[in-house]
Design a protein around this ligand. Structure first.
Ligand code: TTP
Ligand code: MG
Length: 352
């Protein structure tokens, strides 16, 4: 029996925005496009009371909730928050499978934290996310991925739910089929037409007939209707690179202004490298410049034993000459190689 935690942040993009502007805390807030065809990417739970939902046209959302505060999407901010959350997960297990920016499975079967209590661990992780990232998350704890995912929705927002092995049968029989990932509106309707609405109905149905009616997903559905799921938590793929970039509110007119501005970039790059240095070497370093006409260039160097600020400056100068135009964005990064694959690369911590 595995112990799986599924963790999913509550109204993620909206939570990040509200974190950064507490005045919005008790107001209906949505994140999305405001122009004619714009859609809501997500909204907070206050806005949900008015019927506002993800993927809804903004026009409809504003009709349902005229006081809705609509904010633009700021992916960079959500990515930073997402990386911070992932770093917290990795403190407790390496078996972390990120499904999206705000959602991950953790296999904590071998965890010794909290004397092996996955539910206390889930609670602790949610507290850490709240204290360190400033957003709330919900969690499901169960013996497999499917049940953990279903469980994480039950006490949303800011709650968790545990399905113990001996309560699976009881939990699953009344579960509406629509709650099974993969069962959308169309399939739900088809299943309803076969007289199937809850898991218990599928349990009592002939699996071969089910497959004939709805295709090979019928096998999965049959398994799920008994609360079964053998899928492993797949550790997210190995990182190939790490980089930071910054778009400037005013173009940097010449190379000297660019150089003046690389220090902040180097600082945040250092922070990122620091977190990775136990697991990776750098194969190469690169700098990127996006010019004010949106053309961009990347200059990479691999024959570096020690990387320092002077080398980075040189690289920017060389790259800038390719465009010789005002720059709007500067980036700095490293190509990575896992330590176990290589003994002779550049240490990540050599930047001075
Ligand atoms: P979800 O986890 O599906 O939604 P959520 O975190 O906003 O709300 P919940 O509390 O129900 O978990 O998606 C995570 C983020 O992905 C969400 O904040 C915005 C983005 N997203 C879209 O851009 N489009 C979409 O249609 C959905 C569903 C989400
Ligand atoms: Mg979410």
């Amino acid at each position: 029996m595995r112990k799986i935690i599924h963790c999913d942040c509550d109204c993620f993009y909206a939570s990040v925005e509200i974190r950064d502007n507490k005045a919005l805390q008790f107001l209906p807030v949505a994140v999305g496009g405001s122009t004619g065809r714009g859609v809501v990417t997500t909204c907070n739970y206050i806005a949900r009371k008015y019927g506002v939902r993800s993927a809804m046209p903004t026009v409809t959302a504003l009709r349902l909730c005229p006081k809705l505060i609509l904010l633009p999407v700021n992916m960079q901010k959500y990515r930073i928050a997402s990386n911070q959350i992932k770093t917290i997960f990795l403190e407790f297990t390496n078996k972390v499978e990120s499904v999206s920016l705000d959602e991950a499975y953790l296999d904590v079967s071998d965890s010794k934290h909290f004397s092996g209590s996955a539910s206390l661990l889930a609670k602790h992780i949610r507290e850490r996310i709240y204290n360190e990232v400033g957003v709330t998350a919900s969690a499901g704890v169960a013996p497999n991925k499917f049940l953990a995912k279903v469980a994480s929705d039950i006490n949303k927002p800011n709650g968790q739910y545990v399905i113990a092995p001996d309560s699976i049968a009881n939990f699953i029989s009344g579960l509406p089929l629509r709650r099974i990932p993969g069962v959308g509106k169309v399939l739900e309707k088809k299943l309803n037409q076969l007289g199937l609405t809850k898991c218990v109905d599928v349990q009592n149905y002939c699996v071969e007939t089910l497959v004939k009616k709805i295709g090979s997903f019928g096998y999965t559905l049959y398994q799920r209707s008994y609360g079964k799921d053998n899928r492993e938590v797949k550790e997210s793929s190995i990182r190939k690179s790490v980089s930071v970039e910054r778009t400037f509110s005013q173009d940097l007119d010449n190379i000297d202004t660019c150089i003046e501005n690389i220090y902040l970039l180097i600082e945040s790059f250092q922070e990122r490298l620091y977190k990775l240095q136990d697991s990776y070497f750098a194969k190469a370093y690169f700098v990127k410049i996006k010019f004010n006409d949106f053309s961009q260039t990347t200059l990479e160097r691999s024959n570096i034993n020690t990387l320092d600020v002077d080398i980075i400056k040189e690289m920017y100068m060389e790259a800038w000459k390719r465009g010789s135009k005002p720059a709007r964005l500067l980036g700095l990064g490293a190509r990575l190689i896992p330590k176990e694959e290589c003994q002779n690369s550049i240490q990540l911590d050599l930047l001075r």
